[in-house]
Ligand binder design. Structure first.
Ligand code: ZN
Length: 122
């Protein structure tokens, strides 16, 4: 829905960079504290409830916060995502993650068992 609104109302084509992410990969990324502080099963990515996006311009994927066009896109993306109930990483105080959104599913427990159960349903 967010992809559709971004395209139709704002003229931004989104591309999905990563949705589900394994706990092993999360731990690897957490090795660089500038990337993420979340370890395996601490991120909504391990539950299939988070997405990282970028934009497509003239057929090329644009991933940067230095490009004003992309930053405008991220701001719009945050607004649209929040309007449908998602949490946007651009609001975070520590490491801002403009391309990240997550669905904070009520009742979610951040455990391996819960992740296994949710991933099996995908
Ligand atoms: Zn993310």
């Amino acid at each position: 829905m967010v992809f559709k609104i971004m395209k139709e109302q704002h003229g931004y084509e989104l591309v999905l960079l990563e949705g589900y992410r394994s706990p092993d990969r999360q731990n690897m990324l957490a090795g660089n504290p500038n990337t993420t502080r979340a370890k395996g099963y601490q991120s909504y990515h391990q539950f299939g409830l988070a997405a990282d996006v970028a934009f497509k311009r003239n057929g090329k994927v644009v991933i940067t916060e230095r490009d004003p066009w992309a930053m405008r896109g991220y701001e719009l993306y945050g607004q649209v995502a929040e309007s449908v109930g998602l949490t946007w990483g651009g609001r975070w105080k520590s490491i801002k993650d403009y391309g990240h959104t997550e669905y904070r599913m009520p009742g979610l427990k951040k455990t391996r068992e819960m992740a296994d159960q949710l991933i099996a349903e995908i």
